[in-house]
Design a protein around this ligand. Structure first.
Ligand code: S3P
Length: 220
């Protein structure tokens, strides 16, 4: 009997495909097909993530880019590289207006890269010129999160100059009031909750597919 069991196990491991593995493989194929469709429907346009600090733009963006097989760019990182200093230093030494000028220029350059996933800083989409440029050349996705989720996430870091004050929660609430009506003009809106980032990535792919089916880009 022992020999028979060994033989069975040997077959399962090396020969036929076990049902569970088959299901996983089928799911992976279906996912790949969906992402392939979403990427094709983007037709060479950048996918631009907007939303408040802590909404998950960089984390979700990086995973999304991997899933779609596109390069990922983070506008904040690119600004820091172009300036040769950190965002808190840019704010402190040159002021917010200077940072916004650099942000506008850097995003304008990144939008010309074509098919990428671009995570923007929370204030970028508030700039009229940037919003116009995104509307003309890309597809925008607002990662919408509630106050508790945002605060839970931003509390982990001290790298956001706008929140370095005695009442970061009050600041965040004021930013939500001012910015949410503008973020709401993005092409696609996806709730970013505190669950697994993969779930948000999944929701973005689904919402994107639905949006692009109605608003296809020009053929590449
Ligand atoms: C800002 C958000 C930050 C960064 C800068 C200003 C904002 O980016 O660009 O501190 O105005 O909301 P994240 O949204 O990636 O934190």
């Amino acid at each position: 009997m022992a020999a028979r069991r060994d033989q069975d196990e040997g077959e399962a491991a090396g020969g036929g495909v076990a049902p569970a593995a088959e299901a996983v493989a089928l799911r992976a194929t279906a996912a790949t097909a969906r992402e392939e469709r979403a990427r094709a429907a983007l037709a060479g346009r950048p996918l631009v993530l907007v939303g408040l600090m802590g909404a998950g733009k960089s984390t979700v963006g990086r995973r999304l880019a991997m899933r779609l097989g596109l390069p990922f760019r983070d506008a904040d990182t690119e600004i820091e590289e172009a300036a040769g200093m950190s965002i808190p230093d840019i704010f402190e030494i040159y002021g917010e207006a200077h940072f916004r000028d650099g942000e506008r220029r850097v995003i304008d350059r990144l939008l010309r890269e074509g098919a990428i996933v671009l995570a923007t800083g929370g204030g970028a989409f508030m700039d009229d010129a940037t919003r116009r440029a995104v509307a003309e050349s890309g597809v925008s996705v607002w990662l919408k999160a509630d106050l508790d989720t945002l605060m839970r996430r931003v509390r982990k870091r001290t790298t956001r100059p706008l929140l370095q004050n005695p009442d970061p929660e009050g600041t965040m609430r004021a930013l939500m009031e001012r910015r949410y009506p503008v973020y709401a003009t993005a092409d696609v809106v996806v709730e970013s909750h505190d669950g697994a980032h993969e779930e948000v990535v999944e929701a973005v792919v689904a919402a994107l597919e639905a949006h692009l089916a109605i608003h296809p880009g020009d053929a590449p």
